[in-house]
Ligand binder design. Sequence first.
Ligand code: UDP
Ligand code: MG
Length: 319
Amino acid sequence: MKKITIVVPCYNEEETVDAFFQEIGKVRESSLGDYDLEILYVDDGSSDRTLDEIRRLARSDPHVKYLSLSRNFGKEAALYAGLTHADGDYVAVMDVDMQDPPGLLPEMVSCLEKGDCQCAAARRIDRRGESRLRSFFSGCFYKLFRSLTGIQVPDGARDFRMMDRTFLDSFLELKEYNRFSKGLFDWVGYSVKWLEYENRERRRGSTKWSFWKLLVYSFDGIFAFSNTPAIISGGIGILFCLLAFLFLLIIFGRALLFGDPVAGWPSTICIILLIGGIQMFCLGILGQYLARIYSEVKGRPVYLCRETNLEQKKEDEKP
Ligand code: UDP
Ligand code: MG
């Protein structure tokens, strides 16, 4: 019997963990009975009763496995932790808040079974229920991301997907610390099939992503996959050198022809401020790369695990 592992990152999700389990149970009964379906919850250092809820489910059903991280490392780290420990033939990634429709799982399995693709991924075709401002910035970010990086993340792409072992093992070879999974999933290549669905609102609880967190995350995506910002900052530097040279000629010529009256202090200050600002901006871009190099070089683990029932599973499997 083939095994499917569903990796589910959870951060302060005491209200949704059980509802997710019930929904997956329904799909298992209706269409995935031929598979050994395991849920691997990753508690990302929740401060509410999420871990208690997960432990309770794990006691009642041997198909529930969990990892609990030592603190909140962020969704990317939780995802990586779960994928590292997932041992299914097919491995899926889902959010626990029911925004990723479990009804797509059978279709994903059949795509992988037919050999049409190594990864079946989901993308939402609308953003109903999401704030306009968030949709707008998100749309802008993905356009910018695609044009700067050449990584093809379609509009509305989610982390929700199912992969076969080849795809997952390749993905896990990317051990970088600053992780932007949507980009990494595309980077590994193979054939990916996109399944479309209409957006769903979060069933319970609230989003864990503030606008600021999303902004920082979007920088992670761009700086992890593109050198274009550094190239642009270099280009701005060259442009300003050329302009300075041109102005020098003009000012020098004018002084020769018309003398050199002392005037134009306000404009001089403006120019100094403008150039100073651009220099700081370019230094900031360099700083972004430097900070990321620093965090990679330190080689700290992406996550630390404080509790799991996965060892117990290994014990059970021993003859
Ligand atoms: N999540 C996580 N760690 C975090 C933030 C979020 O594991 O630091 C999980 C969260 O519990 C959920 C998923 O990531 O299962 C997606 O989060 P959320 O629904 O808040 O994001 P949104 O759907 O609003 O983008
Ligand atoms: Mg959500």
